[in-house]
Write a protein that binds this ligand. Sequence first.
Ligand code: ZN
Length: 214
Amino acid sequence: MMKSLLFLSILFSFQTIASVCWDQTTEEKTSIVKEIVASYQSEALGRLGQMIELRLSDTTDCRFIQAYGGHDKSGIPHVTFFPGLVREFSSDAVLFTLCHELGHLFGSVNPQSMGIATPYDPRDSIEGEADYFAGSCILNYLKDETLAFQAGKEALQKFMGPTIKMAPDKARKKKYKHGIDFDYPNPDCRLLTILNGIKGEERPKCWYNPKENR
Ligand SMILES: [Zn+2]
């Protein structure tokens, strides 16, 4: 009984969409996204107290590339995809993006855990942490460190241009509150964060220095 109830509520946690942008070109990728979100629902119930809503935007701008994850203004945890991202990105890069958005919900570095006020929901993990979570999350699905890193790099390149590359890790000059950069880290720092997430290594200093400024 519990199982069928849970199954029904998982079904209804997907928003119905009417946009023409979601067609046969997006079908396969969105079905993988749905499966993965469904696989996180029991963890969502346990850790967030409610299930994640997967939202597929009803925009008719089929080229609009964006995705969001976190708690909305009503406190509902969601992952939202716009059709351009799913159409333009490879399956692996869509998967990486999903892992990043889930990282905003399931990562452990967030303003609440540090007692810091933010304009957005303080339960949502910051960008660096979303990338770090995404590294371990995507490795779970792709099972190969090189493929997992490529997926992350491809997704970042789509947003930040093709020339991003790695650089040695060091704390940045920018003054971070509590030693942590709450904004998007630089592209090279994001790549390193993804790699460290994949390899299970520590969060890089380029955004995470919690002992600094204390
Ligand atoms: Zn993000």
